[in-house]
Design a protein. Structure first.
Length: 439
């Protein structure tokens, strides 16, 4: 627990801390939340913030925005760290907040890394949030739907923070060079493209961008007049040189992910692992690759081997749990599995065929026989009349029409003979023959 942390002298702190924005006008990025006229900005400016959760990646402004709220509010502002605070500290603060409420003073409690609190710790906040003793502001890098108790979450508004764009990071970096809190008292010479390179390397993380800039400038060449010149060689030493060859938003990024996808589709595990390594060693986000592999599992393998989807999802979670470099082996596992699996694109074909019909027939009524009938009126209108429960039949099949009348003969799923899908193809053939016979 700390009531003054956000306001302490930071002259000896890292550049990212010294340059922390002091107000909304200095805050960069998140314009969808704090741009002119946006709801969160209005709440902060009018000091009417309610209990909220900030969700997003590290280094994109969650704690900074909390510090701005702290400076703006007339409430008592108390900061918690979920890493170091326990039930005892929570109860002490809640008691203090309750006393404040009796004297008509609001208390805002900011909890960084709120997802690190266990259920009991989160529950300790709940009654005080409910009766208005505190306004809770939580910051988390994890999906609050999974990491925050539903009862507490239902009483908070979630604001999703986006990774900062390259142009936002360039703005921050240039401010750091000119601002007296940064290197404004020194003469620093850097080419324009160096700011872009550092911003790209930071991958949306302002803290990482400023930390890299600080390292680059502190290792720059100083002449006899005290002018600091940052050379290309210095920059390459401070950021991974290989990363400079891989623009995550450029053409090469899409070329390589395409190469990975097509190598797996072509059942070439060696090529697939090579392109995987190219991406990971260039600094690509392993979760991005894991998401693409998960898409591949259904788009290009599908029912030919349904286990492919399980492997892909497991690899995603493994990457999430342990990160790089350890998760490289899990992605290799998934990529080789996809490359070696039998291939079928029937899932993708089925959906696209159905999508085309859905877009052309958006108003087709659901057949009465399969409509839900929870009320007497609906039953009187024949909703659900004649419905046949498949489990009550010997064959576990019925001949009910489930498609709208205008689409009743459509066939979207067209199974292949690949892998296990050959069995599904035979099963579908038997189903259709039975329905035709019993029509």
């Amino acid at each position: 627990m700390n009531e003054t942390y956000l306001f302490e002298d930071n002259s000896n702190q890292p550049l990212a801390s010294r340059l922390r924005p002091r107000n909304l006008d200095e805050f960069v990025g998140q314009t969808h939340l704090v741009g002119k006229g946006k709801i969160l900005r209005r709440l902060i400016e009018t000091d009417k913030v309610s209990s909220i959760i900030f969700w997003g990646n590290p280094g994109i402004g969650k704690t900074t925005l909390a510090s701005i709220i702290a400076a703006k509010t007339n409430s008592e502002f108390i900061e918690f760290s979920a890493v170091t605070s326990g039930i005892k500290e929570i109860k002490e603060v809640m008691s203090q907040a309750e006393n404040n409420r009796r004297f008509g003073k609001k208390t805002i409690v900011f909890v960084d890394e709120i997802h690190r609190f266990n259920k009991a710790q989160q529950d300790a906040f709940l009654p005080f949030v409910e009766k208005g003793s505190i306004i809770l502001i939580g910051a988390t890098t994890e999906n609050p739907s999974f990491e925050i108790n539903s009862a507490l979450l239902s009483r908070c508004k979630v604001f999703v923070f986006k990774p900062l764009e390259t142009k936002d990071l360039v703005t921050l970096l240039k401010r750091a060079v000119s601002d007296e809190r940064g290197f404004g008292k020194q003469k620093v010479v850097m080419s324009e493209d160096m700011f872009e390179i550092i911003a790209e390397f930071a991958n949306g993380d302002a803290r990482a961008a400023l930390s890299t800039l600080e390292m680059v400038i502190l290792n720059g060449d100083i002449d006899d007049k005290g002018v600091i010149t940052v050379t290309k060689e210095t920059l390459e030493q401070c950021v991974s040189k290989k990363s400079l060859l891989y623009d995550k938003n450029g053409e090469e990024h899409y070329n390589i992910i395409s190469a990975l996808h097509k190598s797996m589709r072509n059942s070439d595990p060696d090529a697939a692992v090579y392109w995987l390594a190219r991406m990971l060693e260039a600094g690509e986000d392993p979760l991005y690759i894991a998401r693409r592999v998960t898409r591949f599992a259904s788009e290009d393998v599908g029912l030919a081997d349904s286990r492919a989807l399980e492997v892909a999802v497991a690899a995603y979670h493994a990457c999430h749990f342990i990160g790089m470099p350890e998760c490289s082996v899990h992605l290799t596992h998934a990529v080789i599995y996809m490359a070696m699996a039998p291939k079928s694109n029937s899932m993708d074909v089925a959906y696209n065929l159905a999508k085309a019909d859905a877009e052309q027939h958006l108003a087709e009524p659901v057949p009465l026989v399969i409509r839900n009938a929870p009320t007497k009126l609906m039953k009187e209108l024949n909703y659900g009349k004649g419905y046949q429960y498949a489990h009550d039949t010997e064959e576990k099949l019925t001949n009910m029409q489930c498609l709208p009348d205008n689409l009743k003969d459509r066939e979207y799923y067209q199974p292949t003979e690949q892998g296990l899908e050959a069995k599904y193809k035979e099963r579908l053939k038997q189903i259709k023959e039975w329905k035709k016979k019993n029509k």
